[in-house]
Design a protein around this ligand. Structure first.
Ligand SMILES: C[S@@+](CC[C@H](N)C(=O)[O-])C[C@H]1O[C@@H](n2cnc3c(N)ncnc32)[C@H](O)[C@@H]1O
Length: 285
């Protein structure tokens, strides 16, 4: 069985998959973040299957697979969003709780940082980013203040300074809201910096191109924009395995608070399974 973990991260899921695959299996892991791949490499090095890790976007999962001499694969897993390791590194600028540069790139080789976007985008572009990617009610007001701060040479350069800036603009931002007032704007900027929704659409397309008939796609998403794309893609192109997405139970939610917003959708590639051996492997889900 050939499995692609398209977002290998620190290797948590890959470790579980590898230990079930056994000697005959092949696990291909991709991630855009070099630093995080180093963790995965250490974690997976002694596990039985053939493991191939690549610094690559899942946009290119077809070329990676073909480069290894495989035409098709049996499983593709995509666990979207940010890894806790990335969130905990202040210098990556992904968390407004830690003081760091306004960077937010998951792929450190890509060119545009969040600060670049804030400095160069037109006011209308900023409104669109905050509204479409953050579903932020005060998108127009925040974009206007960013442009004004920019003209006056006072655009914040760090995560915590920018979070305070947003909190001062959003009505009630200084008070006790359920979520931090900068949460939506941070999500929006991260999605824009990493072009996450375009990458997701392309990654899903590539997955369906390489999955063999009967093969499975599993996607874990963390917000409604991603989930909508995944749900519609599966509806149009694959056969869903469950009517509703799977969510974490109470025990998992309390052990891992980030799992609260996670939704797992699993789908089957249409057509008959061509390999009878696959049926025997169905326990590897
Ligand atoms: C939620 S984490 C994955 C955690 C992983 N499943 C684990 O068990 O440790 C998401 C990962 O996807 C990576 N990522 C983001 N965009 C990507 C892309 N376009 N292609 C490949 N990996 C990407 C991030 O760098 C991050 O490491």
């Amino acid at each position: 069985m050939v499995v692609i973990d398209a977002t290998v991260g620190a290797g948590g899921h890959s470790e579980g998959i590898a230990s079930r695959l056994g000697e005959e299996g092949v696990l291909i892991g991709l991630d855009v973040d070099t630093q995080i791949l180093a963790h995965a490499r250490r974690r997976l090095k002694d596990l039985p299957p053939r493991i191939e890790l690549f610094e690559s976007s899942y946009r290119h999962l077809d070329s990676v697979l073909h480069g290894l001499g495989f035409e098709r694969c049996d499983r593709v897993l995509m666990d979207l969003g940010v890894s806790s390791l990335q969130l905990d590194r202040a210098e990556r600028g992904l968390s407004f709780r830690l003081d760091g540069p306004l960077d937010m790139r998951m792929d450190p080789k890509s060119e545009t940082t969040a600060y670049d976007l804030l400095s160069r985008s037109s006011e209308e572009e900023l409104v669109r980013i905050f509204r479409d990617y953050g579903e932020e009610r005060y998108a127009r007001r925040i974009a206007g203040e960013v442009v004004r701060a920019r003209r006056q040479g006072g655009l914040p350069r760090t995560t915590t300074a920018f979070a305070d800036f947003v909190a001062r603009i959003v009505p009630g931002g200084g008070g006790r809201r359920r979520i931090h007032p900068a949460t939506r704007v941070f999500q929006a900027l991260r999605i824009a910096v990493n072009r996450e929704l375009e990458a997701l659409r392309e990654g899903l397309e590539k997955a369906v191109q390489v999955l063999r008939p009967g093969g499975r796609l599993a996607v874990i998403s963390f917000h409604s924009l991603e989930d909508r794309i995944v749900k519609n893609f599966i509806r149009d192109r694959m056969t869903r395995l469950h009517r509703k997405p799977l969510t974490a139970d109470e025990a998992e939610k309390s052990a891992n608070p980030r799992s609260r917003s996670a939704k797992l959708r699993v789908a089957v590639q249409e057509g008959m399974a061509s390999d009878p051996g696959m049926a025997a492997q169905e326990d590897i889900q």
